[in-house]
Design a binder for this molecule. Structure first.
Ligand SMILES: *[C@@H]1O[C@H](CO)[C@@H](O)[C@H](O)[C@H]1NC(C)=O
Ligand SMILES: *[C@@H]1O[C@H](CO)[C@@H](O)[C@H](O)[C@H]1NC(C)=O
Length: 319
């Protein structure tokens, strides 16, 4: 993967000028200004000392989307395929959060696959439905697209890193409209929080035709030995994956290495959320009626404070 940071910055300036001419057309697109985004729950972590339910969603993901103007619906585990399908046609986008469950045998994997297949079909039928995979969610997307697990172990637990942007990043949908100072910060400051054991190496991505044809690589990183993909977007679908955690910058407070709350780290959090919520605004699914919608929303649940030294400061528990 080529690293062309200074070249990229020049392109960014040029592109910024171009974009200002594209904007009027863009803003005339009809938008759904009341988007509701599903966040997938998962089986509890083994290391969670006092779970108050059999599955959970870390509250940071909920706040992350709410801060950008979306409402959230939890997608609980163990429902029937038909219930997930109904939910799919009620929501405007899906966030696959980070976590620790198995990418093939967990409920998380099962449900992600149901939504992924529905989303591919919807988008093929001009029903715009975005998916945002963070960390485990990124890894899950690679398994869903390729049909196999080609991830490899990396030393990337608790490390903040700058992104090595590819030359494609500047014309990408995801980064294309980011302000220049934020792109500069992302390229030079340790503001992307990495908490993953597994990664998609550039080598394995390049060797897998399904992944190569589906995703455009926007940034890479390395653990010193293995170069891996840190941000990607699908060529033809509004599907996005980041191996790093934008939501932690603003909403997680465990005092660990890799965590940054600097002004540019916060900007990275909010600009990524803003981008995704705007993608969800292009979808027009809706709940059958207001009662259905009210019952589904996250407001029916109370997050539990897990302590300042917990990896997730608050969790939502289900069932
Ligand atoms: C989901 O199903 C599994 C297996 O049947 C069960 O062990 C687990 O407790 C269930 N979880 C929920 C949230 O219903
Ligand atoms: C490539 O994928 C295989 C699994 O198919 C995995 O065992 C291997 O570690 C990966 N290698 C790299 C360099 O990513």
């Amino acid at each position: 993967m080529k690293k062309m940071n200074s070249m990229a910055l020049v392109l960014l300036v040029v592109y910024g000028v171009m974009c200002s001419q594209i904007l009027p057309a863009f803003s005339s697109i009809r938008l759904n200004n009341r988007p509701i985004i599903g966040i997938l729950a998962q089986e509890n972590r083994l290391r969670d000392p006092q779970p108050q339910g059999t599955s959970y969603i870390a509250a940071s993901y909920v706040k992350y989307l709410e801060a950008a103007g979306a409402r959230v619906v939890p997608i609980r585990i163990n429902l029937t395929d038909a219930e997930y399908e109904k939910l799919f046609y009620s929501i405007n986008g899906l966030l696959l959060p980070g976590g620790e469950v198995d990418l093939e045998t967990s409920q998380y994997a099962r449900i992600a696959k149901i939504f992924y297949n529905l989303a591919v079909k919807a988008n093929d039928d001009s029903d715009y439905f975005p998916i945002w995979g963070i960390c485990l969610g990124f890894e899950q997307l690679t398994v869903l697209t390729s049909g196999i697990n080609v991830l490899t172990k990396t030393k990337t637990q608790g490390v903040g890193m700058p992104l090595s942007f590819t030359s494609d990043a500047m014309e990408s949908r995801l980064f294309g409209f980011f302000p220049e100072d934020l792109m500069q910060a992302l390229a030079t400051e340790d503001i992307t929080a990495n908490y993953h054991e597994w990664s998609l190496s550039v080598q394995n991505y390049t060797a897998n035709a399904k992944l190569m044809n589906f995703y455009k690589i926007l940034s890479t990183n390395t653990d010193g030995k293995i170069e891996f993909i840190s941000t990607m977007e699908a060529f033809k679908y509004p599907f996005y994956g980041m191996q790093w955690h934008p939501e932690k910058n603003a909403f997680e407070w465990v005092d660990k290495s890799g965590m940054s709350h600097s002004p540019s780290a916060l900007k990275a959090a909010f600009y990524t959320a803003d981008f995704f919520v705007n993608e969800a605004k292009k979808n027009f699914h809706y709940f059958e009626d207001e009662e259905d919608e009210s019952k589904a929303l996250i407001y029916n649940y109370c997050p539990v404070f897990k302590g300042q030294d917990s990896i997730f400061i608050q969790n939502y528990y289900f069932d």
